[in-house]
Design a protein around this ligand. Structure first.
Ligand SMILES: [Zn+2]
Length: 163
């Protein structure tokens, strides 16, 4: 009888702890969303417009961010909204998903300065033939640019801490 009682108690404790974790995660996601819609408003607003333009694509939630798997071959991160290429199997690549999420964390840190400090340089670094050729010639990685490597560092810190 006491054994059954103690099992019942431990099950209840486990359940309680799990509930607490779920509530904590929920709160974290709410705080994340609130911060993106206030401090990170310019990019979140731009992201929401891009999201509407691609509303027919597949969407899913990723750690509080609203992700879209689209048919383009590049990733974009605008505040709460991330856009990643859809792979052959339909699921987006893990690395790019985490990388773009890292940019959303930069948005939380930089707020209204995100588009200036990360957005604009990243578009130039990505698109300008000058930088493309330079990367090809020197073998420098796309992710070696400071605004790109920071996104990876932030993302890897987060994925490590949640494991
Ligand atoms: Zn990037």
């Amino acid at each position: 009888m006491t054994l059954i009682k103690s099992i019942a108690v431990s099950v209840r404790v486990c359940y309680h702890l799990l509930m607490k974790d779920a509530t904590k995660n929920k709160l974290k996601k709410h705080a994340y969303t609130a911060a993106q819609w206030t401090w990170g408003l310019p990019q979140t607003l731009a992201g929401s417009l891009l999201y509407l333009r691609h509303r027919k694509a597949d969407h899913f939630d990723y750690r509080g961010a609203r992700a879209t798997a689209w048919d383009k071959d590049t990733g974009v991160s605008l505040g709460k909204f991330i856009f990643v290429p859809r792979r052959a199997g339909g699921a987006p690549g893990r690395f790019l998903l985490e990388h773009e999420y890292g940019h959303t964390l930069q948005s939380l840190i930089l707020g209204p300065f995100y588009l200036l400090v990360v957005g604009a340089p990243s578009i130039l670094w990505n698109r300008l033939p000058y930088f493309r050729n330079k990367r090809l010639k020197t073998g420098r990685s796309y992710y070696s640019a400071p605004f790109e490597s920071t996104a990876n560092k932030l993302a890897s810190r987060l994925t490590k801490s949640s494991k």
